[in-house]
Design a protein around this ligand. Structure first.
Ligand code: 7RM
Length: 654
C-alpha cells in the first residue's frame, strides 16, 4: 500500500462560483487556520453554538486510543433539535417533508415534530424504558423513524436503528448484542411497489430475543390497507403506536445527559466477523453533526435539504436527522426506490418540493446515468444550488454528469468522505471555499487532521498510501459495544508505536496540491506485476467509455503477474454486450491508464453485487473470479445477482 501507482490524471478544476462564495456560511480559510493552530479551542467554539444545560469542564481528555469530549457538560440532543427552534420562532417551519413511495405525503412542522417526540418519549417511559436502556428501531423511512430516534434521545435511551431491508436474522443478532428491551417497527413499508413485512420479520427475530419485552407497531397504511402485511399482535408484548400515542401526555422535559452518555449504537459489517456495534455519544456527536451540516451543506434558513439515505445508515442518522434538525433546517424524506413508479422519481421530488441541496451516493448517480438524461431533463431542477456525494469514491465521469446534468453546471459538488465510525464528514470541500477536482474529497474539514502514511507511519506528502486520522475529533466512535479490545485492534493498532493514529481501513493518494483521493478499502487494491493499482482507477477509466454505466474491478491470482485484472461491467441502456465491445473496452483502459491496467477478463453483467447501502462487494467478485465458493452473501441487497454472475463466469471460462 505504500506505493499505489498514481495512474489516472485528472486535470479539471472547479473553483467555487463567486456568487456562491459571496453568500456562503464559510467564505475563506479563517476557520481552517484557527483549527490548525488549536483544534481543541476550535471544537469548543463549535460546541458553544449548541444549547448546554450545564457547561463542560474539559473540552478534551485524550488517553489514546480513548477520547472523552466536553466532560462535565450536560445537554439533550432532542432539546437542541427541537425546543431550541420553537424558542427561536421556527415552530411553524417545516422540519420534515415526507413522501411515501405510493405517493402519500406528510409535512411536520418543528412544533408538530416536537409534540410527537415528547408524546412518544412518554410512551417509551410508560413501557418501562429508562436512561441507558437500548431500544431497537426497525422501520421504513417514515417520520416515525425520526420521532422514535429523537424520543429515545429525549429520555436518554440508546437507540439501535436496523435498516428495514435487513433480515430477521440481522435484526435478531443486533437486538441480542445490545440486549434491547423494546423494538419499534411497522406493519410494513413500501419498496418498488412491494410490501416489506417488517412486523412479520420482527416476530421471527423476536422468537430468539429474550431481552425484548415490548414491541410498538406503527400502522403504515395511509394509502389503504398495506398489502398482505397482516400482522398478529402478541398480547401483552405488542402495542399499536397510534393507540399508545392517544393515551400519552405530550409534556416531557428533556433529560439532562452527560456529554459522554451514549446516544446510539449503529451496527456496521466489517470484512470478517460479526457486525460491530459502533458507539456514539451525546455531546461530541452532536457537535460534529451540527457543525459539519452547517458548513459542508452551507445551510441557510430557506434551504430544502434532501439527504436520500435511509435512517438505517449513519448518513441517515447524521444528515437526515440530527445534523439538519440541529440547524433548524427543512428536510425532505422519501421512503422508496428511485425508479418507482418511474425512473424520474427523484427529479420529480426535487422539482415539486423545491429541493435546494441534494446529498446522494455514487451508486445512485451511476444508475441515473445508465437510465439516461431524459429523466432529469423533464423536470425543473433550477432550485438546486449544491450537490453532495457519499459512500464510495465517485468516478470523475459520474462527477461530471452530476455536475452538468443535475447541477446545470452551476452547483458546487461536495464529495464527502467519512464512515459510520467517524460520525460526521471528515474530508470534504467547503463549497464556498475549496476548488474541487472530480473524484477527490479534497481536504480535511477544519478541526480534523488527516495524513497519508506508509507502513512505518512515515508521512507520504505526494503519492499513495494509507489514510490516517492523526488527531481525535468530537464525533469519533468511542468503542465497539461490548468489545473494547476489538475497538483498539481494528482502529488503533495499524501502527504499533503510534496508538494515537486512527486507521479507517482506506487507501488514498495525495496530489501535489495536498488533495486526498480516497481509493477505497485497502483490501481492494490490486498488485499487477509489482504495480499497485487502485480498483477505482480502472473502474473510472471504464466508466469514461460511453457504453459503460458501472464497473467493478477485482484481482485474480496470476502466475506471472501476481494478479490479473478482472472487470465486471454493466452497460448503459441502448448498448449490447458483444465481444467487439469487450475488446474495445479492454483497449480503452490500456489507452487511458497504460497497458498494465488492461483487464485480462471482462464480463458483462446486468447488475453488480452490492451491499444494501449500495457499496460494490468486491470480495464476492474476487470469489467469483478465483473460482471459489462464495463467501457470506447475507449483507447483499440482492443475492441472486452474484449467483447469476458466478454461473456466467464459469460458462465464459469453460
Ligand atoms: C458515510 C459512509 C465508509 C466507507 C469508507 C470508504 C467509503 C464513503 C466516500 C468513500 C471514497 C467518499 N459510511 N466511502 N464515502 N470513499 N469517497 N466520498 O459511507 O461506514 O457506510 O462506509 O465508505 O471506504 O471507509 S460507511
Amino acid at each position: 500500500m505504500t506505493d499505489i501507482d498514481v495512474l489516472l490524471s485528472e486535470s479539471r478544476r472547479f473553483p467555487p462560483p463567486a456568487d456562491f462564495t459571496a453568500d456562503a456560511q464559510v467564505r475563506d480559510r479563517t476557520l481552517h487556520a484557527a483549527a490548525a493552530a488549536d483544534d481543541v479551542a476550535y471544537w469548543a467554539d463549535q460546541a458553544s453554538t449548541l444549547l448546554w444545560q450545564r457547561p463542560w469542564d474539559t473540552a478534551l481528555e485524550w488517553t489514546p486510543p480513548h477520547a472523552r469530549w466536553f466532560t462535565g457538560g450536560q445537554l439533550n440532543v432532542s432539546e437542541n433539535c427541537l425546543d431550541r427552534h420553537l424558542a427561536a420562532g421556527r415552530g411553524n417551519k417545516a422540519a420534515i417533508v415526507w413522501e411515501g413511495e405510493p405517493g402519500d405525503r406528510r409535512t411536520l412542522t418543528y412544533w408538530e415534530l416536537a409534540r410527537e417526540v415528547r408524546t412518544f418519549a412518554n410512551v417509551l417511559l410508560g413501557l418501562g424504558v429508562r436512561k441507558g436502556d437500548r431500544v431497537g428501531i426497525y422501520l421504513p423511512l417514515i417520520p416515525e423513524a425520526a420521532i422514535a430516534m429523537l424520543a429515545c434521545a429525549r429520555i436518554g435511551a440508546i437507540h439501535s436503528v436496523v435498516f428495514g431491508g435487513f433480515s430477521p436474522e440481522s435484526l435478531r443478532d443486533r437486538m441480542n448484542d445490545a440486549a434491547a428491551s423494546v423494538v419499534i417497527t411497522a406493519d410494513g413499508g413500501y419498496r418498488r411497489g412491494q410490501v416489506v413485512p417488517l412486523k412479520r420479520n420482527t416476530d421471527k427475530a423476536l422468537a430468539e430475543c429474550p431481552s425484548v419485552r415490548h414491541v410498538v407497531v406503527v400502522q403504515r397504511r395511509s394509502t389503504g390497507p398495506i398489502g398482505d402485511a397482516h400482522v398478529e399482535m402478541v398480547e401483552g408484548r405488542d402495542h399499536w403506536y397510534h393507540e399508545l400515542m392517544r393515551k400519552a401526555s405530550d409534556v416531557c422535559a428533556p433529560a439532562a445527559m452527560d456529554a459522554e452518555d451514549v446516544l446510539f449504537i449503529l451496527y456496521t459489517s466489517g470484512t470478517t466477523g460479526k457486525p460491530k456495534g459502533i458507539v456514539h455519544t451525546t455531546g461530541g456527536y452532536l457537535v460534529g453533526a451540527a457543525s459539519s451540516t452547517r458548513m459542508v451543506f452551507d445551510l441557510r434558513e430557506d434551504d430544502v435539504f434532501w439527504c436520500t439515505a435511509d435512517v438505517g445508515w449513519i448518513t441517515g442518522h447524521t444528515y437526515l436527522v440530527y445534523g439538519p434538525l440541529a440547524n433548524g433546517a427543512t428536510c425532505v424524506m422519501y421512503e422508496g426506490a428511485p425508479d418507482w413508479p418511474e425512473r424520474d422519481r427523484f427529479w420529480d421530488l426535487c422539482a415539486r418540493h423545491g429541493v435546494t441541496i441534494l446529498y446522494t451516493a455514487p451508486t445512485a448517480i451511476r444508475a441515473f446515468m445508465k437510465w439516461g438524461d431524459e429523466h432529469p431533463r423533464r423536470h425543473d431542477l433550477s432550485r438546486l444550488r449544491l450537490l453532495g456525494s457519499v459512500g464510495e469514491p465517485i468516478n470523475p465521469e459520474a462527477w461530471m454528469w452530476y455536475h452538468e446534468v443535475i447541477g446545470g453546471g452551476r452547483c458546487p459538488i461536495v464529495d464527502t468522505w467519512w464512515q459510520t465510525e467517524t460520525g460526521s464528514i471528515v474530508l470534504s470541500p467547503l463549497p464556498g471555499v475549496t476548488t474541487t477536482k472530480p473524484g477527490s474529497a479534497t481536504e480535511p474539514l477544519p478541526g480534523y487532521r488527516a495524513a497519508l502514511l506508509d507502513a512505518a507511519a512515515g508521512e507520504i506528502p505526494v503519492g499513495g498510501g494509507l489514510l490516517a486520522l492523526t488527531r481525535p475529533w468530537p464525533s469519533m466512535l468511542r468503542t465497539i459495544w461490548g468489545d473494547d479490545a476489538r475497538y483498539v485492534q481494528t482502529y488503533f493498532s495499524k501502527w504499533p508505536d503510534r496508538p494515537d493514529l486512527y486507521f479507517p481501513g482506506d487507501g488514498a493518494k495525495r496530489d501535489e496540491d495536498g488533495y486526498f483521493w480516497v481509493l477505497g478499502r485497502v483490501d481492494d487494491v490490486l498488485n499487477v506485476a509489482g504495480h499497485r493499482i487502485g480498483t477505482m482507477e480502472v473502474e473510472s477509466a471504464l466508466v469514461e467509455h460511453p457504453a459503460v454505466a458501472e464497473a467493478a474491478v477485482v484481482g485474480k491470482a496470476h502466475e506471472v503477474k501476481g494478479q490479473a485484472i478482472c472487470a465486471f461491467v454493466t452497460l448503459r441502456d441502448g448498448h449490447t454486450p458483444t465481444s467487439a465491445l469487450r475488446d474495445d473496452l479492454r483497449s480503452f483502459v490500456a489507452t487511458k491508464i497504460g497497458a498494465l491496467a488492461r483487464p485480462d477478463d471482462l464480463l458483462f453483467s446486468a447488475d453488480l453485487p452490492k451491499t444494501r447501502s449500495g457499496k460494490i462487494m468486491r470480495r464476492l467478485l474476487r470469489d467469483i473470479a478465483e473460482g471459489r465458493a462464495l463467501g457470506d452473501t447475507t449483507t447483499l441487497a440482492d443475492p441472486s445477482v452474484v449467483a447469476a454472475l458466478k454461473d456466467q463466469y464459469a460458462d465464459q471460462e469453460g
